[in-house]
Design a protein. Structure first.
Length: 72
């Protein structure tokens, strides 16, 4: 989903964040998992847009899709 997700080694040790913010993808996913709706997140964090929330979900889905399970 366009280039809304970025990395900066000086912010959260390089974890993925929403471009132009100090809000991590991980934090957005935690908010969604806690039951917050995207609209609530945007109201609480006005520097975010609904597209940012969707980009975080897209990033997570693509990351899990590439995950490789190794059974030992």
């Amino acid at each position: 989903m366009d280039n809304r997700i970025t990395y900066n080694t000086k912010i959260f040790g390089g974890k993925p964040i929403i471009k132009g913010t100090r809000i991590s993808v991980e934090f957005i996913l935690e908010l969604l998992a806690s039951g917050m709706a995207p609209e609530e997140i945007v109201r609480e964090y006005p520097q975010l847009t609904k597209r940012d929330i969707l980009a975080a979900l897209d990033y997570a889905a693509k990351t899990i899709k590439r995950e490789e399970l190794i059974f030992v």
